[in-house]
Design a protein around this ligand. Structure first.
Ligand SMILES: [Fe+2]
Length: 386
């Protein structure tokens, strides 16, 4: 199989990596940047720290803090307007997956025609976008190193998955110190999302020899560090481990693929505004149980990498241990079931579950799953996760 592998041109990791911002922008020749972030980054004072760095580096900026969770085409359009009216020449994204994905879409639209929905799907962007430096503040989505952006199309109520190498950031500044203040629930949700990236990249029918080691290291780091990072938010070793896991998971799934968990998770986000990490976390054990039969050896390797069973366990024992381990992890981290997520109501769920299954299949992700479901099976899985 021929496989393509794309990564940002520069990835800088380690404590204090985000303080490289001025140097990196100067290297790229940026003079006036659009800083894309959200209201929380402003109110928590994180933006101020970067404003000082930009001032020191004598780089002008326009602030666009209008990105909402589950960013929309309207957010992207508003950001693009700011970019054009301030005549910016580069973009910096600061925050979790939402500001980063919105910034990727703004960067692409700088040099490509609207509407954004033209680029839904795979490899549809004709030209490179504006230079983009990303600074993740959560250890989870991996968006800082992926060629994927997910933006909600508000006219169709669909989370558009767009994959193209032109969505890749130019520079990723991966600084675990920015995650030390992440709240406990967010740590849990994006942490299980990271694990999902590692597992799905590894069991995907699109897994490659280059992505397998990244996916397995991601999985091992999550097993070693997630519960500690959740219990002891200021534990630097655990935060660093989770940040590396998130970035490795991003590199893995962006060059292999995600699969059924992500395919089913996006419609939950689009319908009920459940955050991305949580909607993946609630599905992971149920979907893994369903998928085992498609790649039992690979799932057994996942269980062994997570040290959920002895290294010499047979495949069946290992896969059983994996499902049990994932259920236990969610309960340890107080991840609710689907029906327990805020905003998810049974009556609406019953009314839209068929559309959710159709949207999941239309996204293309379930087709990469080791066991490919039909729409009836997806509906059953949603109900099992309830
Ligand atoms: Fe994800």
């Amino acid at each position: 199989m021929i496989a393509q592998f794309n990564v940002p041109a520069t990835i800088i990791t380690g404590a204090g990596a985000s303080r490289e911002l001025g140097t990196q922008l100067a290297r790229l020749g940026a003079r006036r940047i659009l800083l894309v972030t959200d209201a929380f980054m402003v109110s928590s004072g994180v933006v101020d720290r970067f404003v000082r760095l930009l001032d020191e580096a004598k780089i002008e900026f326009a602030l666009f803090a209008g990105v909402q969770p589950d960013p929309t085409d309207a957010n992207v359009g508003a950001g693009l307007k700011e970019y054009v009216s301030h005549r910016c020449d580069a973009i910096v994204a600061l925050g979790g997956g939402s500001p980063i994905d919105a910034a990727k879409a703004i960067a692409v639209l700088v040099n490509n025609p609207e509407p954004l929905s033209l680029y839904q799907g795979y490899h549809k962007v004709p030209r490179a976008g504006a230079p983009l430096v990303v600074i993740p503040t959560t250890a989870g989505t991996g968006s800082e190193v992926t060629k994927v952006a997910v933006i909600t199309d508000t006219t169709r109520d669909v989370k558009m998955m767009m994959l193209d190498r032109h969505f890749l950031p130019t520079v990723a500044l991966v600084d675990f110190e920015l995650t030390l203040s992440m709240p406990q629930a967010l740590t849990a949700h994006v942490g299980v999302d990271t694990l999902t990236h590692g597992i799905e990249a590894y069991v995907s029918s699109k897994a490659t020899p280059l992505t397998d080691p990244l996916a397995l290291t991601c999985i091992r780091l999550v097993a070693e560090h997630l519960e500690t990072a959740w219990r002891e938010p200021a534990n630097r070793a655990a935060r660093e481990g989770m940040m590396l896991a998130a970035t490795l998971g991003g590199l893995a799934f962006a060059n292999s693929s995600v699969a059924l968990v992500h395919g089913m998770s996006r419609p939950i986000g689009a319908m009920f505004h459940v955050p991305h990490g949580l909607s993946n976390a609630v599905l992971l054990p149920t979907v893994t149980r369903f998928s085992l039969a498609g790649a039992p050896e690979r799932y057994a390797t996942v269980a062994k990498t997570m040290k959920l069973c002895p290294i010499d366990a047979d495949t069946e024992a290992a896969t059983e241990a994996l499902v049990r381990g994932l259920v236990e992890l969610n309960s340890q981290l107080q991840v609710p079931a689907l029906g327990g997520c805020r905003g998810v109501e049974r009556a609406k769920f019953d009314a839209v579950v068929e559309k959710m299954a159709a949207d999941a299949l239309a996204s293309g992700s379930p087709q990469n799953n080791p066991r490919v479901p039909n729409s009836g099976e997806i509906i059953s899985l949603y109900q099992a996760a309830w």
